[in-house]
Design a protein around this ligand. Structure first.
Ligand SMILES: C[S@@+](CC[C@H](N)C(=O)[O-])C[C@H]1O[C@@H](n2cnc3c(N)ncnc32)[C@H](O)[C@@H]1O
Length: 242
């Protein structure tokens, strides 16, 4: 990863291997968000219902759900073959893992619950509404979408966006180090700051994301697991109903 000398163009950084990614989940502030999402899903999903985790990564959350709610039929979809392969290997019976793109993946039937955690910021800004529209189409009428994501402070121009991304990245890093993360997780967390500032990841502000969600759902209820303070930036969870 870095800048090629002759063009100054930044090379793409891949997400880490499944094991490193899942290790990060133990130390990032994002862990508070995942805990809350797990509790909300456990309470909201109908007995014997169907649940889709779209942009599921290596399947960490699905694994927790499969232990907590053994009655649910679980599907996980991700665009990264390594993560889908990892999920299939670790949960061969409990979870149906499929390769797919959040922008156009379709299923033969709609789901009672659709989950998308910490992931929509990987979709470029100008495609996030299309992703949200596809997610909304995958849930049954009367079903629920549980969406979590990380936001920066609101901004009105590119300089403000970069500053907001740097501030979030700094706070995230401080928290990760305080939580006792090993160096490989700290190094990866520094990389997230760089990705956000240089627009390889696309974290919007809460008001910008809410404007999109409210166009595709009848109701959106929002909570903020991190940080404790009433800040603009941080991890948020939305419970969305069609
Ligand atoms: C930060 S991870 C989040 C994974 C998981 N949801 C979690 O909470 O740990 C983002 C995931 O989105 C996936 N992803 C990125 N773009 C995608 C796309 N267009 N369609 C489906 N998955 C995508 C990546 O492969 C990655 O697994």
């Amino acid at each position: 990863m870095g800048y090629t000398a002759h063009t100054g163009v930044r090379e793409m950084r891949e997400l880490p291997e499944s094991e490193t990614y899942e290790e990060g989940l133990l130390f990032w502030p994002y862990k508070y968000s995942l805990e809350t999402v797990l509790n909300r899903i456990s309470a909201l999903a109908p007995i014997g219902g169907t649940l889709l985790d779209i942009m599921c990564g290596p399947g960490y959350l699905l694994g927790l759900i499969s232990k907590r709610r053994m009655d649910l039929r679980l599907t996980g979809v991700d665009i990264d073959e390594r993560y889908v392969g990892h999920g299939k290997a670790v949960y061969p019976e409990e979870i149906d893992f499929q390769l797919g793109d959040v922008l156009d993946w379709k299923a033969s039937e709609q789901f009672d619950v659709v989950v998308c955690t910490g992931a929509l910021h990987h979709v470029p800004y100008d495609q996030q509404e299309a992703a949200i529209a596809n997610i909304a189409s995958l849930v049954k009428q009367g079903g629920v979408v549980v969406l979590s994501d990380c936001y920066v402070d609101d901004y009105t121009n590119e300089t403000e966006r970069k500053l907001a991304a740097a501030k979030l990245g700094y706070e995230y890093l401080i928290n990760t180090i305080t939580n006792g993360a090993p160096d490989r997780v700290i190094a990866w967390t520094i990389g997230i700051l760089e990705n956000d500032v240089m627009m390889e990841e696309f974290k919007p502000s809460l008001p910008k994301r809410l404007a999109l969600l409210e166009r595709h759902f009848a109701s959106v209820t929002t909570t903020q697991p991190w940080p404790d303070s009433d800040s603009g930036y941080g991890d948020y969870i939305h419970i969305c109903r069609r």
